[in-house]
Design a protein around this ligand. Sequence first.
Ligand SMILES: *[C@@H]1O[C@H](CO)[C@@H](O)[C@H](O)[C@H]1NC(C)=O
Ligand SMILES: *[C@@H]1O[C@H](CO)[C@@H](O)[C@H](O)[C@H]1NC(C)=O
Ligand SMILES: *[C@@H]1O[C@H](CO)[C@@H](O)[C@H](O)[C@H]1NC(C)=O
Ligand SMILES: *[C@@H]1O[C@H](CO)[C@@H](O)[C@H](O)[C@H]1NC(C)=O
Ligand SMILES: *[C@@H]1O[C@H](CO)[C@@H](O)[C@H](O)[C@H]1NC(C)=O
Ligand SMILES: *[C@@H]1O[C@H](CO)[C@@H](O)[C@H](O)[C@H]1NC(C)=O
Ligand SMILES: *[C@@H]1O[C@H](CO)[C@@H](O)[C@H](O)[C@H]1NC(C)=O
Length: 803
Amino acid sequence: MPLLLFVFTVFTLHAAAPANSATTDTISAAQPLVGGDKLVSGNGRYALGFFETGSDSNWYMGIWFNTVPKLTPAWVANRDDPIKNITSLELTISGDGNLVILNRSSSSIICSSQARVTTTDTIAVLLNTGNLVLQNSSSNPSDVFWQSFDYPTDTFLPGAKLGYDKITGLNRRLVSWKNLINPATGAYHEELDPSGLNQFLLTPLNSSTPYWYSGVWNGQYFALMPEMSNGYFMNFTFVDNDQEKYFMYTLHDETKVIRNYVDVSGQAKTNMWLESSQNWVPMFAQPKAQCDVYAVCGPSTICDDNALPSCNCMKGFTVRSPKDWELDDRTSGCLRNTPLDCSNGSTSSTDRFYPMPCVRLPQNDDHSKPAAASSGECAQICLGNCSCTAYSFVKGECSVWHGELLDWRQHQCSDSSSTNGETLYLRLAAKEFPSQQASRRGKTNVILIISATVASLGLLAALVLLIIIWRNRTKLSGGTLKIAKGVNGIIAFRYADLQRATKSFSEKLGGGSFGSVFKGSLGDSATIAVKRLDHANQGEKQFRAEVSSIGIIHHINLVRLIGFCCEGSRRLLVYEHMPNRSLDLHLFQSNATMPWHARYQIALGVARGLAYLHDSCQDCIIHCDIKPENILLDASFAPRIADFGMAKLLGRDFSRVLTTVRGTAGYLAPEWISGVAVTTKIDVYSYGMVLLEIISGRRNSWAPCSCGGDHGVYFPVNVAQKLLEGSDVWSLVDHMLHGDVNLDEAATACKVACWCIQDDEFDRPTMGEVVRILEGLAEISVPPMPRLLQAMSGRGSSHSTCS
Ligand SMILES: *[C@@H]1O[C@H](CO)[C@@H](O)[C@H](O)[C@H]1NC(C)=O
Ligand SMILES: *[C@@H]1O[C@H](CO)[C@@H](O)[C@H](O)[C@H]1NC(C)=O
Ligand SMILES: *[C@@H]1O[C@H](CO)[C@@H](O)[C@H](O)[C@H]1NC(C)=O
Ligand SMILES: *[C@@H]1O[C@H](CO)[C@@H](O)[C@H](O)[C@H]1NC(C)=O
Ligand SMILES: *[C@@H]1O[C@H](CO)[C@@H](O)[C@H](O)[C@H]1NC(C)=O
Ligand SMILES: *[C@@H]1O[C@H](CO)[C@@H](O)[C@H](O)[C@H]1NC(C)=O
Ligand SMILES: *[C@@H]1O[C@H](CO)[C@@H](O)[C@H](O)[C@H]1NC(C)=O
């Protein structure tokens, strides 16, 4: 919460207040742009002027999206040289024909386009594409001396070229901002592969090792990012000729506002402005996982894609620069709280090791591998060198790290995949282990400790008694752990109780778009899952009302809400705990293949749960976020849909929250992205995508398929094709099942999934229909090819029409 509040109060950019209302798209020597004015492109989509960021009165000249109320710069002229006072400044044409920012009081030029201009009679025009061009005032506009498109900052606008001019050597590349409010040169850049391959790379600015490759252009899309052409309204071009080599895109639908940029934290993002939510909604992000950006969290941190925020200091460290950190610039990382003990040389360091389970070793990191027979010996080796900061001992091999620890990632430790990641032993000063110190003081203290414990236990007992008495007196409607129930049997917990039940939120089960989930236990051995919401900022009354309306929803395939807590700004939800965790772990991470029968039952159960949400309860609930992570499995592997009330609970915040996850658009229906009102059919679309994953046992991806000659075809498209060809579906089913599949059920499931992912929501079945079909009570015909997905796959359209 504090982080978000901070961002929303401080992260505001202001354009200078217009001094006069007349707007134009042209600057000439006779008609300069003065401090507060703005230039607006002929179509009204872009504006140019001075804007201010943060609270330090830093002014910049730049171009922003004029139709977006939230000032979003797309180009900055002076990113590394902010101007402190724009009072007497103007943008004009200087005597030599260049475009300049001029200080009228001192007649000094602050910056200039410095182009080789062959005439002094020039004008600058802000074109409809958002390109500011300096041209001969009297000749045709193709006669350009300078243009802002040649010097992009972090944003790649439609119609601009990203790449090289082979004749002049000009390299148009994107460089991220320093932080959310500072457009200065940041830490990451995106450019055409300097080695000559037709692909783009994302690289830290001061390194030559990319952390992401687009894959080579194949005529339609970059090989490793097929989803980029998921662009339902974008047209991509790659040009490589004698003069130049560049990538460009245009919009089919000019009314869409798309923002392609390299984010502060190193991801290349494509966002779209959604009028309905008055916000930028992410469509794609590359690399998909934030933690794939090399060392994004800085030194001595651990990056966790399943947590929000994903960067956290390692134990024993604190954020070096909280101000930068909160503005998304995490590159300075964390600082050690207590220095290591190196005073007495190699043998007598008092430092100790803190185990960090399930971490992934950095990709290209040099560490030494001294010979050691045991973990203990490895630890001694590390203690023996003052610069050693961590060690691991895996499969009989000792590894030790020196200096700052960079690019460490947290894996999720689940029962089924305990082989994921390794345990890192982090060297910390003894002071960082407080409890152990107490026990070392020796026997003499034992009695003292015991008596203190007895005393505090007595005190606790007295307190508990007092509380119980007080509770009974005041007849509180909720609050105690197992007795008092509110309306509809929903318990209103107190924060302190949940803190206790979860042992101060110590055992994290997972995290996601809405917050983190912790395991807890009520007194009577019932385990619970406590979700701490990060984003709910609703009033207490409304929150309670929503919770009680969601609380009355009971269905065998929906996770049951036991209670909630609403104290101050804290919002927590308490659910029954599902011992088998979420479906994704079983489908994608587990070594044990889930049998076909179980898969079919899960598909059916999820469909029933959704049908109930959509049709059967009083006012229909749209889940909006169906994905394997939100399908939990109980002890007998029956599915329970989780997070089904989130859309209601979070209200307007929802789309923001949903999309702050990781820019995977994989489960999102096209109408969600295009901004028209969403209906229950968006859940049907997501369900179809999930069903395909249940069938294949893999994420719907372009990963080469080992089960036939279908390299690189998007799996959903492959399924539709197979169905249209009338061929067997066995090749589509998870080959780990080794053919142990009910082929009739598999064929039905494939058809259902394909109908669910049709472009037009009216073509998709309702969840009720899906249930009847899966139960075998209704027939289903062969589905047509989902055209949008097919367009993405770049395959010919030989199968685009059908029954
Ligand atoms: C900017 O400069 C003008 C005079 O050049 C002065 O009157 C004004 O107070 C200054 N503004 C700020 C914020 O310093
Ligand atoms: C513009 O010139 C005036 C007068 O010389 C000076 O006080 C002011 O600081 C200058 N402004 C900028 C932004 O350089
Ligand atoms: C500018 O345009 C005018 C009119 O077309 C032409 O006469 C003149 O030569 C041009 N100047 C340059 C430097 O291109
Ligand atoms: C480059 O990286 C090093 C650490 O690897 C860092 O100290 C330095 O500040 C970085 N330079 C820039 C310009 O980011
Ligand atoms: C896509 O862009 C290319 C090059 O600009 C153009 O030739 C083509 O007609 C465009 N296609 C569509 C569907 O807009
Ligand atoms: C280091 O050695 C000095 C004297 O040699 C001793 O007084 C001190 O306690 C030692 N410190 C530790 C942490 O062992
Ligand atoms: C400690 O390790 C570093 C890095 O491997 C090495 O350069 C240094 O010589 C070692 N120091 C001692 C005292 O062994």
